[in-house]
Design a binder for this molecule. Structure first.
Ligand code: AMP
Length: 304
């Protein structure tokens, strides 16, 4: 089954303690769609300017990503710049230029409207809702978000959450959204806002998946032990894309917690590869066999 992915498509400048690269392919939708494309057909919704390199469009095409929902308009593409501190875990945003994003209204081609699996990758929650407004009720809806929207658009975010099946966010965002420091309580509160499931990412420490606690729906996914991390940008987006892609490939009539656990591992596998190089470079050479072998490694390191 195909997945629909809406989010940002960006040209990023990323600085780490040892390297700096400019004008990299980035954006939440770019990472998520390429990651999902390892599992199933992805349909992209987003916007770029007329400065967007055709090589990036060709890369999406080479991953068989459907670009009927990609708008290319006059103006500059969305640009983001970030810098990582020595621990590679702390990141500061250096600059954001919305450019064509400022007036973006996602418009779904007719061929996208029945897509059963949806990933609302990180963009303003009002735009995420606007995508859902144009769809027949999808089988499963995943949303990603960030601290910015919790700060400036909390009402829009809460309205969106009532329509979502799984919310993905990191630990500090979960605490911020709920004003609750205990992640178990925070997840229960978020489930109370609407999503049946919540995935709380803990950076280099893995991810927690919460469902119905009365059915013992709890899963702790380890982080893959990586000694050489080059660029953490997009790890969360690759995680979300791999997760929705794996769910769509499994395509159960009702998404079960067991399927979600496996999808969380699949997302973690792609994310762990992506951070081995800048931008989406590592995914260019990634093969399905690599995904399978690291999935098996995840199984091995979680067993006791
Ligand atoms: P992550 O590392 O998962 O937080 O995602 C990084 C990506 O998010 C970068 O490629 C950025 O281009 C993109 N990004 C940064 N800020 C925003 C924003 N406000 N809205 C949408 N995408 C953003």
């Amino acid at each position: 089954m195909p997945v629909l992915i809406v989010g940002s498509i960006a040209l990023d400048t990323v600085k780490t303690p040892v390297e700096e690269h400019a004008d990299l392919l980035g954006g939440s939708a770019s990472y998520s769609a390429v990651s999902a494309s390892f599992f199933t057909d992805a349909r992209l919704v987003g916007i770029v300017g007329d400065d967007f390199p055709s090589a990036h469009v060709d890369y999406f095409k080479s991953r068989r990503i459907d670009l009927a929902g990609l708008q290319q308009v006059a103006g500059s593409s969305f640009r983001w710049s970030g810098e990582y501190m020595t621990d590679m875990n702390t990141r500061e945003t250096r600059s954001v230029a919305l450019n064509v994003f400022e007036h973006f209204t996602p418009h779904l081609p007719e061929s996208y409207r029945q897509t059963p699996y949806v990933l609302l990758a990180n963009i303003a929650p009002s735009l995420q809702s606007h995508v859902l407004d144009q769809m027949a009720r999808p089988r499963f809806i995943v949303a990603d978000t960030m601290d910015l929207w919790i700060t400036i658009a909390k009402a829009d975010l809460l309205a969106l959450l009532a329509r979502v099946d799984l919310l993905i966010l990191n630990d500090s965002e979960a605490k911020m959204l709920t004003d609750e420091t205990n992640l178990i309580k925070a997840a229960a509160m978020i489930r109370g806002y609407g999503p049946a499931y919540v995935a709380i990412k803990k950076g280099e420490h893995g991810c927690l998946l919460f469902g119905d606690s009365t059915k013992d729906e709890f899963f702790s996914c380890p982080a893959f032990p990586l000694a050489n991390l080059h660029d953490p940008t997009g790890a969360g987006d690759c995680f979300a894309g791999g997760l929705i892609g794996a769910l769509a490939r499994a395509d159960e009539e009702t998404v079960t917690f067991e399927a979600l656990k496996k999808a969380v591992v699949s997302g973690s596998v792609v994310a762990s590869y992506n951070v081995e190089a800048f931008s989406l470079e590592r995914l260019r050479s990634l093969q399905p066999a690599d995904i399978e072998s690291r999935y098996a490694e995840f199984e091995r390191i979680s067993r006791f």
